[in-house]
Design a binder for this molecule. Structure first.
Ligand code: ADP
Ligand code: MG
Length: 155
């Protein structure tokens, strides 16, 4: 596990940007942490890193929001999902094959639906108002690679 501290929202966005710039098709990044932890801001950064200049908003009511790019972003929010069935009903199983990058907020809500390989980032509040601690946990080979690249670049 790798821990990274950010001191303000800009640093969190930058970190996302770094991840987005290394992302490859099929990558999955899961984000958990309390409301206001910074999951959506980290996703904003990932989108910038992917070359997307659209405004990113939480897809809480639509479950997924898609952003076009040479490497598209599929931004999920599982906050309101009751169960797996609801997720498969909206076509979740197709996304892994569509050649984009998946970011899933509130992934812990439906752990059974997660792909084999994913980077899990858990964000918690730090000691001061604008401090956040991001804990990177790699599940699978590709996720390990992503976490390693991020860790090397951060140092
Ligand atoms: P979530 O998606 O986890 O609910 P958001 O990204 O929507 O969280 O909101 C995070 C809020 O916390 C924003 O208002 C942001 O400005 C603020 N914030 C303060 N410090 C940080 C930080 N270090 N990283 C991310 N967000 C921060
Ligand atoms: Mg959010």
């Amino acid at each position: 596990m790798i821990f990274v501290k950010t001191n303000n929202v800009e640093e969190t966005v930058k970190l996302g940007e770094l991840l987005g710039s290394f992302a490859q098709k099929g990558d999955c990044i899961c984000l958990d942490g309390d409301l206001g932890a910074g999951k959506t801001h980290l996703t904003k950064g990932i989108a910038i890193g992917l070359g997307i200049d659209e405004e990113i908003t939480s897809p809480t009511f639509t479950i997924v929001q898609e952003y076009e790019s040479s490497l598209p972003l599929f931004h999920f929010d599982w906050y309101r999902l009751a169960d797996e069935d609801e997720l498969y009903a909206m076509g979740f199983s197709d996304y892994g094959r569509r050649g984009g990058v998946m970011v899933i907020e509130w992934a812990d809500n439906i752990p059974s639906a997660l792909p084999k390989d994913y980077l899990h980032i858990r964000i918690s509040y730090g000691e001061s108002e604008d401090e956040r601690v991001l804990c990177f946990e790699a599940n699978g080979k590709r996720a390990q690679e992503l976490a390693k690249i991020a860790a090397e670049k951060i140092r």
